[in-house]
Design a protein around this ligand. Sequence first.
Ligand code: PMP
Length: 304
Amino acid sequence: MADRDGVIWYDGKLVPWRDATTHVLTHSLHYGLSVFEGVRAYRTDHGTAIFRLEDHTRRLFNSAHIYQMKIPFSREAISEAQIEVVRRNELESCYIRPLVFYGSEKMGVSPKGASVHVAIAAWPWGAYLGEEALKQGIRVKISSFARQHVNVTMPRAKIASTYANSILANAEALDHGYDEAILLDTQGFVAEGSGENLFIVRDGVVYEPDIACALTGITRASIHQIAADLGLRVESRRLTRDDLYIADEAFFTGTAAEVTPIREIDGRQIGAGERGPVTAQLQKAFFDAVSGKTPKYHHWLSKV
Ligand code: PMP
């Protein structure tokens, strides 16, 4: 990733990609506290547009607020910077990664006294779980690792250290020949994927797990809206792993994963073992929305 052409927005300036570096004694590297976002820009008929930019920027600032990190830029400046990064790198469609981290002034658990830095990079990134996955669906394993309890790391914040938990779950799934993991909460109820929220469909109703200890996904919120607008019933409830096994359909949502069907969980086929009809309908509506084909959702798009 480090050896590329292009520019990265770093503390208010656009710097050459290869020069956007930091010291090895960076506090966030040692103690794992940085907050970040994953955002996507898509090509539309009216040029490139960032999907739900303001919502992502708001979540970034909320994450920082929860962890009492003071971002030394305004929300408007950070939103504008994301647009600028896409524009200056001349990207038609891409993934955008804003990252807020503590500098290298000090060691010790307390970050008090360390400076707060912001970097924003953008690069082309296709389907997170592969193009095939979007059509055929993926095979998923329920992880033996639990999602962190709400009072361990706080789930409304998208922080780097949550992903140590995600990495354990994802690695276990991959080592067992699966494509991705689903984590249960500490009580054994379904939480989310390692980097995705989750939905199931049963008897035409779209269910999502209670997201007490999951990230409040922006794609998830979009799917809620789209499903409701299509006249589908959407319900949130506590789901057990066997609720997933007997679902007619299941799918992941996320900025990176977009809408990825799940065709198998723990060796059990889900529904017909392929992308289900409700998933297909929601997936199409989602891709139409992000690429500006649905006027009703134009307010989700920020033109670059
Ligand atoms: N859960 C986790 C753990 C994630 O990393 C992500 C991706 N940001 C999501 C859910 C989905 O969130 P969003 O739709 O906002 O990308």
